[in-house]
Design a protein around this ligand. Structure first.
Ligand code: FEO
Length: 394
């Protein structure tokens, strides 16, 4: 138990060895944490729980530190099992009738998860509860990133308990942003946004504007994953605003899969064409790259060029999977183009081109396909392809 503000404690779990999340969809190279908070006041309030594999350890900690009988209410900001998963277990250990403060959608989800009809106290933006010296203020965060999401502001402590928003899958040595490697911290924060929050960027932009307009004094932002922002805490709110607003770092990312390096040599020639026109490109072979990291690179890029050789009238599986995920994440406002080598039928560049269009990207030129191994002349065409792409971006 770590005191983060007077009488407010982190009672979460550090999951050092977690390497995948959401099943096997998301890589978590630096582990994660499930941050739960205990506010000791006239009423003792628990805010969020932890993933249910840790429910016994979590309940033991609460029993030791406050006593489960002495918890007077539970705030559930969000019910994904990494936060709400231990609720059933701790409710079974607490007195009957302990109120659960959550949104209406939250209560519906809890009922579907646990098949119990507990004492739900439905809250919405602006609702408050007085717990003694502190007051809790609730702010709806619907679809950031679940229908039930909300945040809890602790008035008197100037503390935002933001749940997933502003979090990172990061299990650091210290809980606070001023005591960790900020390069690592921001790598994980932007990866979290890119892989989980990208589809909700329009909502996030509006929500950040709403939160700023509320003029809440904020000394600390404590999310439900990773470190707590206490040094210049609103920096991460400003970053979210920037990330939600057609963010790019100006470079191109070239992502390809290849069987005998013809498509790879095309990728390199396209990068040459970009470089000669002042545009930096990062190259990745998707078959040997971490997909979540590729998504982060796409998020940061201004242009995305995707290539695959043709196999059995289609594209290689790592590219097919990546394109599907790009569509789900609704990337927009990025320039795009397609390429690939082939032996006989040669469908892959056209398939990729169509998929990039379906994703919603700005496809700026016809795809390029080259039969078997590219000649010097054909590689020069690829250089020209890169040059044209660079011109389109200006
Ligand atoms: Fe949406 Fe960390 O769960």
């Amino acid at each position: 138990m770590i005191e983060i503000k007077k009488d407010i404690y982190w009672v979460g779990i550090k999951d050092w060895d977690l390497r995948v999340f959401h099943g096997h969809e998301l890589s978590t190279h630096r582990g994660s944490t499930y941050n739960s908070y205990l506010i000791k006041d006239e009423k003792n309030i628990l805010v969020d729980t932890v993933w249910d594999p840790y429910k016994e350890e979590f309940a033991e900690k609460l029993e030791r530190e406050v006593g489960l009988d002495n918890i007077h209410g539970v705030v559930i900001n969000h019910n994904e099992p990494d936060h709400g998963g231990s609720l059933g277990y701790i409710m079974s250990k607490m007195p009957e009738g302990v109120p659960i403060y959550c949104t209406k959608q939250g209560a519906d989800i809890i009922k579907k998860h646990f098949h119990k009809d507990w004492n739900f106290q439905i809250v919405k933006t602006g609702d408050t509860i007085n717990i003694g010296k502190y007051e809790l203020v609730f702010v709806d965060m619907q679809m950031i990133h679940w229908p039930d999401s909300m945040l809890t502001y602790v008035k008197g402590a100037n503390l935002v308990l933001s749940n997933d928003a502003f979090g990172q899958h990061y299990s650091p040595a210290s809980l606070f942003n001023d005591e960790v490697d900020n390069c690592e911290l921001y790598q994980e924060a932007i990866k979290y946004y890119a892989n989980i929050l990208t589809p909700y960027s329009a909502l996030i932009k509006k929500k950040v504007e709403q939160i700023k307009a509320m003029n809440l004094p904020i000394d600390m932002i404590a999310p439900s994953h990773g470190v707590i922002w206490r040094d210049n805490p609103t920096q991460i709110i400003d970053k979210y605003y920037e990330w939600s607003n057609e963010y790019s770092e100006g470079n191109v990312v070239i992502i390809y899969d290849t069987m005998y390096n013809s498509t790879k040599s095309m990728a390199e020639a396209i990068a040459d064409g970009l470089a000669k026109n002042g545009v930096k490109a990062k190259l990745f072979n998707s078959s040997v790259s971490d997909r979540s990291d590729l998504i982060t690179e796409i998020f940061k890029a201004k242009g995305v060029i995707v290539g695959s050789c043709t196999v059995n009238n289609g594209v290689l599986s790592s590219i097919a999977t990546l394109l599907e995920e790009m569509k789900m994440l609704r990337f927009k406002n990025k320039f795009a183009a397609a390429f690939g080598s082939y032996g006989w039928s040669g469908e892959s560049p056209k398939i990729i081109n169509q998929k990039l269009t379906d994703v919603g990207l700005k496809v700026v030129q016809e795809p390029i396909g080259i039969k078997y191994r590219p000649t010097a002349e054909e590689l020069a065409q690829c250089v020209e392809f890169g040059a044209k792409f660079a011109q389109s971006m200006k």
